[in-house]
Design a protein around this ligand. Structure first.
Ligand code: RIB
Length: 321
């Protein structure tokens, strides 16, 4: 096994995607048939699953990853990155063909547009994933997203839950949720757009992520709900349907790519450490806010040192248990 899993440290398993991000920074993205000159290009490690795993690891959790890579150069680099960070990659299966890639455009105000080409991510199997879960000694929290087949995430969540884990689903990129996946999900963390699609609400002037809409949706599906709100922080629906909105520190964003993943990975660590959900949300917001200050995806996340300071800040005097 790659990294040690002690059984005493917070243990997070991520089942999901691995991509290489090919990021172009451009003042304004081109329209149809238009060519524009970009400012800068950078490639880096990405994929919603891998990003969440890396954020959790920077916060000191034991992290195991379940997913798939192809037989290309990107696969070798990704495995080296996991090894360097101490992420257990025993659950990464290898398949012939290309690994996942994501061409990304980031405009001057930090907003991004992403195309994901799944490659190997589409080929991970439920059999592989459940075998991988069985081989991990201890699991506190299992996290999934929508960049691998939902049936694989459902099988993994089911196996992880049978081992006593709490499951967190980040329904991104936006799509409808299969009922069998919903049935094994404890926490759902969409952003505003994803929430609008899941809750069947039109996005536009008339739609805001109202407390009523969130509370009603959470009650209807029987799953705990957090909606991330970008620069406005996040909203958490309590078990009593009371919605708590937690603000984010005001910053000037350089690149928002992966901020949602930083939130999810950090929230998972909070829960795995036994923190209250509100402090776990605070941890998520703090890490996501830090990530928008730098360009890139995983490269923009707080370092292990910065992450330790964020943890200490939230755990310090005045922290809610
Ligand atoms: O959430 C950001 C991520 O979405 C990028 O890293 C990209 O690879 C896509 O998965």
């Amino acid at each position: 096994m790659g990294a040690a899993n002690s059984g005493t440290t917070a243990s997070v398993v991520v089942v999901g995607s691995i991509n290489t991000d090919l990021v172009t920074y451009v003042r304004r993205a081109p329209g149809p048939g238009e060519t524009v000159i970009g400012d800068r290009f950078q490639s880096g490690f990405g994929g919603k699953g891998a990003n969440q795993a890396v954020m959790a690891r920077q916060l000191g959790a034991d992290v195991s990853f379940i997913g798939a890579l192809g037989d290309d150069f990107y696969a070798a680099l990704t495995l080296e990155n996991f090894e360097r960070l101490g992420i257990n990659a025993d659950g990464v299966m290898r398949v012939p063909g290309s690994s996942g890639v994501a061409p990304i455009w980031v405009e001057a105000d930090g907003t991004n547009r992403i195309i994901v080409v799944p490659g190997a991510n589409d080929l991970v199997t439920a059999e592989h994933a459940t075998r991988a879960i069985a081989a991990i000694p201890h699991i506190d929290v299992c996290v999934g997203q929508f960049e691998i087949p939902q049936a694989v995430t459902a099988a993994t969540f089911s196996a992880a839950r049978a081992r006593g884990a709490v499951t967190i689903l980040n329904p991104a990129p936006a799509a409808r949720i299969n009922l069998d996946l919903l049935a094994v999900t404890d926490w759902l963390i969409p952003n505003e757009v994803e929430f609008g699609i899941l809750a069947d609400r039109a996005i536009g002037a008339a739609f805001a992520v109202s407390n009523e809409a969130m509370a009603e949706f959470s009650r209807r599906i029987g799953v705990r709900l957090i909606v991330t709100l970008g620069s406005a922080g996040a909203a958490c629906v309590g078990p009593d349907a009371v919605v708590t909105r937690l603000p984010a520190r005001a910053v000037t964003a350089v690149d928002t790519t992966g901020a949602g993943d930083a939130f999810v990975g950090a929230f998972a660590v909070g829960l795995a450490r036994g923190w209250s959900e509100i402090d776990s949300v605070r941890l998520g917001i703090a890490c996501a806010t830090e990530s928008v200050l730098r360009p890139g995806t995983q490269s923009s996340f707080p370092s292990a040192r910065e992450a330790a300071a964020i943890l200490a800040d939230i755990e310090g005097p005045g922290a809610r248990a």
